[in-house]
Ligand binder design. Sequence first.
Ligand code: FES
Ligand code: FES
Length: 177
Amino acid sequence: MPDTPTRASKTPPSTAPTAGEKKVEEVQINGRPYYPGGDPDMPLLWYLRDELRLTGTKFGCGIGACGACTVLIDGKAQRACVTPVKATIGHAVTTIEGLATSAGLHPVQRAWIEEDVAQCGYCQAGQIMAAAELLARNPNPGDGDIAKLPNLCRCGTYPRIRRAIKRAAQIAREGTK
Ligand code: FES
Ligand code: FES
């Protein structure tokens, strides 16, 4: 499936402020500092995709309804399509590209592979980010907790998502023994 088309960029690439320049506020994205220099009202989704080329985060509805654009901001699942870049200044953003660590894939990513969750795949980055947040606040989620996740999947992979989240919880528990 072709990747989401991106909007033409109108802002210059982000650069670190140099000596003598007005201090530019920083946003941490996947553990690295960035200094958004364009329209502060630009949706974070465009900044990620157009400016940083972090295209794992997808555009679905653009109105905060589907969850395809889910990222973590200070560990909380947020919709990048309705979050202006200015709201992320001083905060830490994690995208699907930053979920794995030097220790390896995140337990949710491992479980997703084991359970072969994806169908078309379009919603899956958002699903994984939402699942990672769920597990961070609830290490043993039940069916009801998982059913409350607001992310949509037009392919109907919900049964596999449910299995994968439970498997991820198991992997995380085993990893902490
Ligand atoms: S694209 Fe952001 S919620 Fe649908
Ligand atoms: S896997 Fe196709 S939309 Fe979710």
